[in-house]
Ligand binder design. Structure first.
Ligand code: 5RP
Length: 228
């Protein structure tokens, strides 16, 4: 599986040109991309990156990839990131690694977003993977009630689990928030659910990435598939 992730990352690297401003994703697949990009930079390629998490920032610094922020530049040419699920419309579930907020900010500031994944991430409909929702701890029960209403209105329901870290404590995001993993099952209308979650005050962001990905590179036993 790790070899497939690296193949997808290598394919995405073919889209990177000298002088590009890049969004750098988070997760085990994006990690391969940052590694490979580091090799290009070491060989003389000039790019600048905006990392989507502290983990990616540390890795990119170790690879000596020059970094900047969206306070300094206003647009990115390309973001390359992983995903937990991708559907036929290139809508995504992201946030399995807990970086969905910065990932969405960076993807929304990018002209293009290439999703890199192994073929197990390709689904008919989003939702088998629990939907990560980044929330403010204050008033959590009220936020969860509003989330349950949004789920019901879009025809889904399921358990909401506050994410814990490996240490057994509540997982805290890079932004200082918590994550609720919503076990919904098949989401028939992901854009509608995204629209219903967006205005909930205690929801900082959710892991439905609608209309942001422009290309998906899927690596499988039969080879690489590029879907646009
Ligand atoms: C992190 C993410 C990741 O891109 C997603 O979880 C996929 O990770 P991996 O490449 O390790 O399967 O959204 O917040």
């Amino acid at each position: 599986m790790d070899a497939l992730k690296r193949q997808a990352a290598a394919k995405a690297l073919e889209h990177v040109r000298d002088g590009m401003q890049l969004g750098l994703g988070t997760g085990s697949t994006a990690k391969h991309f940052v590694d490979l990009l580091g090799e290009k930079v070491a060989a003389g390629m000039k790019v600048v990156g905006v990392p989507t998490s502290e983990a990616t920032r540390i890795q990119a610094e170790q690879c000596r990839i020059p970094l900047t922020t969206l306070d300094v530049i206003d647009r990115l040419d390309l973001t390359v990131d992983g995903a937990d699920e991708v559907d036929g419309a290139l809508n995504l579930i992201k946030g399995g690694g807990g970086a969905l907020l910065r990932e969405k900010i960076v993807a929304a500031a990018s002209d293009r977003m290439i999703v890199i994944a192994d073929e197990t991430k390709w689904v008919d409909a989003l939702g088998r993977f629990p939907l990560p929702v980044e929330v403010i701890p204050f008033g959590l029960a009220a936020t969860q009630r509003m989330m349950a209403k949004a789920f019901a209105e879009s025809g889904v329901s399921g358990q909401m689990v506050i994410r814990k870290g490996k240490d057994g404590h509540v997982f805290v995001t890079d932004g200082g928030h918590w994550i609720i993993d919503a076990h919904l099952g098949r989401i028939a209308d992901a854009p509608r659910l995204a629209g219903l979650l967006n205005p909930i005050p205690g929801v900082v962001e959710h892991g439905l990435f609608i209309g942001l990905a422009t290309t998906t590179v899927l690596a499988g036993a039969q080879g690489i598939r590029v879907i646009e």
